[in-house]
Design a protein around this ligand. Structure first.
Ligand code: G3P
Ligand code: CA
Length: 285
């Protein structure tokens, strides 16, 4: 089966590297994505935002992160200064001059320290597609999270229609739609993606305790994937998701014991910061 077709089959267990795999490499960077592919990841999880000049780039946070980002002058950013470094207020050429890798990340002591920048989505796709071809690895899937929030519309990111239009343009241009999942906590962006591209996969992200039915009611259609915080997964949720025809892919599962427990419960994939755990846990199943 082709990689795209494989993703639709029920036996496909989706190994996802969270932000590429930030336990090992600077998050949401090209080196993280490449490392994840080396470790057998099937889907690259990543977050996207829009710069002031309308470019789609990888970033989890709407501002430069004081925990690890360095300004183009090589200076740390304090929490008080964070708002002066909002991505939606900066042209991409400026964003690219910040270093987001050489300080490491104290929450992830195994993360490799290296000079790194926030890449464009288009160049990430070009780079990992070429890398996979060169290394004769399966073509990667992309789980792209739209970082939209009603409270951030027009200040931290464009309103959803503009955000989604820009994302769709990049994915269409690169021709990877059949290998893309668009994920969001914000049902508005999932609705827009589904209207524009009804065959693309979508994932509803959930961190609340409202339950499956209530969360699905926030959408006018059924997404392909239900993606809860991993502590919310119970045998009942696995059963109910599958009964609805949904695949269940929890985040962010960072211990071998949790990966094993969830896999035994029957989840359809795992999103982890430590993609090296997959080989350790799943290959000995
Ligand atoms: O894939 C879901 C997960 O990435 C959501 O959490 O905050 O890491 O983007 P966050
Ligand atoms: Ca994410």
């Amino acid at each position: 089966a082709t990689s795209a077709a494989l993703a639709q089959t029920s036996t496909f267990f989706d190994r996802q590297g969270h932000r590429g795999g930030r336990g090992l490499m600077p998050e949401n960077t090209i080196p993280a994505m490449r490392r994840a592919l080396d470790l057998g990841v099937t889907t690259l999880e990543m977050d996207v935002l829009i710069s002031q000049d309308g470019q789609v780039l990888l970033s989890h946070d709407p501002t430069m992160n004081p925990d690890y980002a360095l300004t183009p002058a090589g200076q740390r950013i304090t929490k008080a200064e964070q708002d002066q470094h909002r991505l939606y207020a900066l042209p991409y050429a400026t964003i690219r001059r910040y270093d987001v890798g050489s300080q490491g990340n104290s929450h992830f002591p195994r993360q490799q320290k290296m000079l790194a920048y926030k890449p464009l989505l288009a160049e990430v796709i070009d780079s990992v597609e070429a890398y996979a071809r060169r290394k004769k690895l399966p073509a990667p899937h992309y789980n792209i999270e739209t970082k939209t929030t009603p409270a951030g519309d027009g200040t931290l990111h464009p309103a959803p229609a503009e955000f989604v239009a820009k994302l769709l343009a990049v994915v269409r241009e690169k021709g990877v739609g059949p290998r893309v999942i668009v994920q969001s906590f914000d049902p508005r962006t999932l609705e827009l993606v589904h209207q524009a591209e009804p065959t693309w996969r979508t994932a509803l992200l959930v961190a609340n305790t409202d339950g499956l039915e209530a969360n699905l009611r926030r959408l006018s259609f059924r997404p392909s994937i239900y993606s809860p915080q991993h502590q919310l997964v119970t045998p009942q949720l696995v059963q109910a998701s599958h009964a609805q025809g949904l695949r269940l892919i929890p985040w962010t599962v960072n211990s071998a014991a949790d990966i094993q427990r969830l896999t035994r419960l029957g989840v359809d994939g795992i999103i982890t910061d430590y993609p090296d755990l997959f080989a350790e846990v799943l290959n000995r199943r």
